[in-house]
Design a protein around this ligand. Structure first.
Ligand code: TPP
Length: 645
């Protein structure tokens, strides 16, 4: 929806071209702007899907921040960034907000290349405090210590280890830094962990909060008098706090000055507090209580579903699901969720682990039935991996499910804690390959490349849901070391996928179709694009053999030997980085075994691919059916030139 289509509904919002236009708004206008901004987000996101509940929850905070701070000179860093729609709209992107997450449109996350107001690129969680501290330290070197740096982090994101590393460092470094803890007591699924309980405790403690408020008011008064009085007030506050709190405030213990908790939907109170806090030097934390989905009843009630709901009916809140007629193939995540439950019933050693994605990974299916055999460890991928390693030491078979792109941050844990000790941890990499509208931060592009070089690692990628089930079955039979099973976002292709289990020989590929002109070697479900291309090429009398490699490691050398003995024109196909994956492995094999062939590698190119639908991105990268067809045609018609040695 463009602004021209709004019939003046957003009169005040329309007048905000940048945060500069917000500085002199009256209290009433700040309230009005919050209300228009919320309504605008609801209206646009209902028909142009994206993240939803999180942005609604921080509307007032966003308005207050841009009213008080002087961005982009002051640096505002949104953790994860899925809650930054209001920020985008107020910082000059209102009229393009309808292109959010679309091919060629604006990104669903803050992105410095998109706007100078996006102080830091985000998408993965828990990075904001580290980045903010670095900026604050950097500003000091440039004599820009007056620059304010603000990190806004959710209670969910605060479960990530890097956030604690940053708090620890920031408390010691003493730089001017404001951390705003946006506490809505939910991640995507309900928040987990002891920290969540702690935040609830300090929020609920009435006596503590009463004294805090009194002290805050006093501090505000004294602040207005003299700097000397301010330091005196701080001493009083600290003294009262240490008497009042049986155990000291965690953030205070880390040398942060803790303020709050405050109502994150009271825009006027927020602006007052932020104005006051601007003048307080050193590391500070403001604890803000918000409601995810605020202002849209269904989103308040069904917070997990409305984290990123797809299209929905703006009047009823009903989520609009495109349901094609007839039975549908399953989502890959559901193949995982249903199969792990089935296997866990007969194999008592199987334990399910997810870092904060029970719904997204569908581990929730097992969680609901076997809560004692499943763990949501919070947004803590590193911990999820080493925790799994510990379970494996104890004789369990951990099925550790991590989205491919989030696995990036647990790389050392995979090598050091799992692979070197050859522990039988089975990793499930969901959302492997191009994921679509979440874009560059979320594509699962690199797992094949970064896992292939790890000694002893088995890397599998099933062609379809039936193969996925069988790989899961195989993985738990007698695991001897670590294994990775990667699969993409979205649906498979087999309606009748729940077939009896059968064991798959590790490291064995299969021929799907014979041919005579050339061969395509594919890995994973992207092979179905190759199958379509091959069918079209047949009509042109180009005969292509198709091999599903199934395992990147160990590679099926026997099969490769047959292929290289028969074909001198070969395409490798993978929904993964072209650098380092299947294509690289096949060329290494060819070189090491002195074969000569023209090998064309199709996959994700050596650049960051942005957002769009998966289909648009496959086409852009040249490995949808049309791209494969064109590549194969060119290859077949090309001459093989062998250089004189
Ligand atoms: C490293 C990493 N793991 C998982 C995710 C997926 N993820 C996106 S938002 C989110 C929940 C964040 O919760 P919180 O910080 O409380 O923000 P809220 O959505 O509640 O506002 C998760 C788990 C991610 N973005 N990054």
């Amino acid at each position: 929806m463009r602004m021209s289509e709004t019939d003046g509904k957003y009169k005040l919002l329309e007048s905000i071209g940048s945060p500069r236009d917000m500085k002199s708004l009256t209290p009433e206008q700040l309230r009005q702007l919050s209300s228009e901004l919320r309504q605008f987000i609801i209206e646009v996101v209902s028909s142009n899907p994206g993240h939803f509940g999180a942005s609604l929850g921080v509307v007032e905070l966003t308005v207050a921040l841009h009213h008080v701070f002087n961005a982009p000179y002051d640096q505002i860093i949104w953790d994860v960034g899925h809650q930054a729609y209001g920020h985008k709209i107020l910082t000059g992107r209102r009229d393009v907000f309808h292109t959010n997450r679309k091919y060629g449109g604006i990104s669903g996350f803050p992105k410095p290349s998109e706007s100078e107001f996006d102080a830091f690129g985000v998408g993965h969680s828990s990075t904001s405090i580290s980045a903010a501290l670095g900026m604050a330290a950097g500003n000091d070197y440039k004599d820009e210590a007056d620059r304010q740096v603000v990190a806004i982090i959710g209670d969910g994101a605060l479960s990530g280890g890097i956030a604690y590393e940053a708090l620890n460092n920031a408390g010691h470094a003493g730089k001017n830094l404001l951390v705003i803890l946006n506490d809505n007591n939910i991640s995507i699924d309900p928040s987990v962990g002891a920290m969540k309980d702690y935040l609830l405790d300090i929020t609920a403690s009435k006596s503590y909060n009463k004294v805090k408020n009194d002290v805050w008011n006093l501090l505000g008064l004294m602040n207005k008098i003299t700097p000397h009085a301010r330091s005196y007030a701080q001493k009083i506050e600290n003294a009262i706090k240490s008497i009042l709190l049986k155990q000291s405030n965690l953030f205070e213990s880390l040398n942060f000055r803790y303020f709050g908790p405050v109502d994150g939907h009271d825009v006027l109170h927020l602006t007052e507090i932020l104005k006051d806090m601007k003048d307080i030097p050193g590391p500070k934390l403001l604890h803000v209580i918000t409601q995810k989905g605020k202002g849209f009843a269904m989103a308040e009630e069904h917070q997990t579903e409305f984290h990123a709901p797809g299209k929905f009916n703006i009047k009823t809140g009903e989520i609009i699901r495109k349901v094609p007629e007839g039975p549908q193939p399953p989502l890959y995540q559901d193949v995982f969720g249903e199969t792990i439950l089935e296997l866990a019933k007969s194999n008592k050693k199987i334990i399910g682990i997810t870092p904060a994605m029970p719904t997204g990974s569908s581990l929730k299916i097992m969680m609901d039935e076997m809560p004692e055999r499943t763990y949501d460890v919070g947004i803590a991928e590193q911990h999820a991996v080493t925790f799994s390693a510990g379970l494996a030491v104890s004789g369990m078979i951990p099925f550790c499910n991590i989205y491919s792109s989030f696995m990036q941050r647990a790389y050392d844990q995979v090598i050091h804690d799992v692979a070197i000790q050859n522990l039988p941890v089975i990793f499930f990499l969901d959302r492997a390959g191009l994921v679509g509208s979440d874009g560059a931060t979320h594509h699962g592009a690199y797992d094949l490349a970064f896992f292939r070089c790890i000694p002893g690692m088995t890397i599998a990628s099933p062609l379809n849901e039936v193969e996925m089930r069988n790989m899961m079955y195989t993985a738990q039979l007698n695991p001897k070391g670590p294994m990775v099973i990667r699969y993409p976002r979205g649906r498979g292709e087999t309606v009748d996928w729940k077939q009896p289990f059968s064991e798959i020989e590790i490291g064995k590929g299969q021929q799907l179709k014979d041919g005579s002109d050339m061969a395509i070697l594919s890995l994973g479900p992207i092979g179905k694009e190759a199958a379509k291309a091959i069918e079209s090429l047949e009509k042109e009398h180009i005969s292509v053999a198709h091999f599903d490699m199934r395992f990147l490691k160990p590679l099926d050398n026997k099969l490769l030997k047959t292929i290289f003995s028969r074909f001198n024109k070969i395409i490798t196909l993978e929904d993964a980085s072209i650098v380092g994956g299947l294509g690289s492995a096949v060329i290494e094999y060819m070189n090491d075994n002195s074969y000569k062939a023209k090998v064309l590698r199709l996959g994700i190119p050596d650049r960051f691919v942005e957002h769009g639908t998966q289909e648009e991105l496959y086409a852009e990268c040249g490995f949808d059916a049309n791209g494969i067809e064109a590549a194969a045609r060119n290859l077949v018609h090309s001459k093989i030139l062998t250089r004189a040695m």
